[in-house]
Design a protein around this ligand. Structure first.
Ligand code: TMO
Length: 339
C-alpha cells in the first residue's frame, strides 16, 4: 500500500531528523515544535478510517413510467455523481426489474411500491442476489380514484358498491355498456385489476393506459366535460396537491388476500403501504459509499409529490427537476452522503 508507506516514511524521516538534530546538539525549540506538529499531523492522517473507494464501473439506475420515479432516479444518480461515481440510466419494466437487480444488470430500485411490486420484490428476495436497502418514510396508497366532482354524480362514493351501482355513468364508447375503469399500464398490476373485477363480479371493464400521462389527460378531459371518470391513481403523487378527490373503498385488504397470493381477490390494496429501496447484493462491496448513501436516503410524501409535480405540472425535464431538488435540499443531501 503506497499511501501507508508514504505516511510511514514521513513519520520515520521526521523521527530520524529529530534524532540527528539532537545528536548534533544544535536543535532549538522551534525545530522541536515543527517536528512535533508534523508528526501529529501525520498521526491524524493515519487515524482517520477510510471507506474503500467506490468502483469506477457505472451504477445502473432503472427508469419506469411514472414521473416521481424518473425524477428520483436522477436525484439519486446526481447524488452518486457528486460523490465521484459513474451512473447509467436504463428504461426498465417495473416488474422484471427485480430479476435484473438479482442478476446485477441493474444496481438499485428506489421506489418499490408495496401494492404493485411487493410480490415481485419478495420473489426476488427469496431467490437471493438482491438486498432490502430500507424504507422511505412516505406511506403509499395505490387504488381506483375519482376527482371530487364525481362524488356528486354518483351518490354513496367512495364505497365500491355505490360505484358499481352507477356503472352506466362511467360507460364509454368501447366499454360495452359497462363502466370503464382506466387502469395504468399493464406492467403495474394489470392482472390484479382483472382478478378483482372478476372476483367482486363488478359491472366494470378495465382499459389500460399506455402511460401515466394518458391518465392525466383523461382526468383533464373528464373534468372539462363534467363527466364521471374513475382511474388508477396513487399517493404520494402530484394529484395530492392539485385535485380534490378520493380513493374508492373496496373490501379491506389483508395480507395474502390477492388472487396472485392465493386469496379470493375480493379486496382493495393496502391503505398505508410501504415504499422500499432495493439493491444488488454486491453493491455494498463494489460501491460502499454509494450504498451507504442509498441506505441513508429516505423521502417523505411531500417530497415525492413535489418531484412528480415539477414534471407533470411545471413541465421540467426529469434531469432539471432533479438538479433543482438537490439545490433546494443541499443540507439534507449532505447528511446522506456524509454519514
Ligand atoms: C407504481 N405506481 C406508483 C405507478 O403505482
Amino acid at each position: 500500500m503506497p499511501a501507508t508507506y508514504g505516511i510511514t516514511d514521513f513519520i520515520l524521516s521526521n523521527l530520524l531528523m529529530k534524532n540527528i538534530l539532537e545528536n548534533m546538539n544544535i536543535m532549538n525549540k522551534v525545530t522541536t515544535m515543527a517536528a512535533t506538529a508534523a508528526l501529529s499531523m501525520a498521526m491524524v492522517t493515519v487515524s482517520v478510517p477510510t471507506l474503500a473507494a467506490d468502483s469506477s464501473e457505472p451504477i445502473v439506475i432503472p427508469t419506469h413510467n411514472w414521473s416521481s420515479q424518473i425524477v428520483m432516479a436522477h436525484v439519486i444518480g446526481q447524488i452518486f455523481e457528486s460523490i465521484g461515481d459513474i451512473v447509467n440510466y436504463t428504461p426498465s419494466d417495473s416488474q422484471t426489474v427485480y430479476e435484473s437487480i438479482r442478476q446485477g444488470d441493474i444496481t438499485i430500485s428506489h421506489e418499490v411500491w408495496e401494492s404493485t411490486f411487493g410480490a415481485s420484490f419478495k420473489a426476488a428476495l427469496d431467490k437471493g442476489g438482491i438486498l432490502d436497502a430500507g424504507t422511505h418514510v412516505a406511506k403509499t396508497r395505490e387504488e381506483w380514484w375519482y376527482p371530487a366532482y364525481v362524488a356528486e354524480l354518483c351518490p354513496g362514493l367512495p364505497d365500491w358498491k355505490a360505484l358499481d351501482a352507477c356503472a352506466d355513468k362511467f360507460a364509454t364508447a368501447d366499454s360495452g355498456g359497462k363502466g370503464r375503469y382506466l387502469d395504468g399500464p399493464m406492467d403495474w398490476h394489470g392482472q390484479e385489476t382483472l382478478d378483482r373485477i372478476d372476483a367482486l363480479g363488478m359491472n366494470f371493464v378495465a382499459k389500460f393506459a399506455g402511460s401515466a400521462s394518458a391518465l392525466w389527460a383523461e382526468l383533464e378531459s373528464a373534468n372539462a366535460a363534467g363527466r364521471a371518470t374513475v382511474v388508477f391513481n396513487w399517493s404520494p403523487n402530484f394529484t395530492d396537491a392539485v385535485y380534490g378527490g378520493d380513493f374508492v373503498k373496496f373490501p379491506d385488504w389483508s395480507e395474502g388476500c390477492k388472487k396472485s397470493e392465493g386469496g379470493d381477490g375480493k379486496c382493495g390494496s393496502p391503505p398505508a403501504g410501504w415504499l422500499k429501496k432495493a439493491a444488488h447484493d454486491q453493491m455494498p462491496v463494489k460501491w460502499p459509499h454509494a450504498y451507504k448513501t442509498f441506505t441513508n436516503i429516505s423521502f417523505t410524501a411531500a417530497q415525492i409529490g413535489a418531484m412528480a409535480a415539477m414534471v407533470d405540472i411545471d413541465g421540467l425535464s426529469a434531469e432539471d427537476a432533479a438538479a433543482k431538488w438537490i439545490g433546494d435540499n443541499a443540507k439534507l443531501v449532505a447528511s446522506w452522503t456524509n454519514s
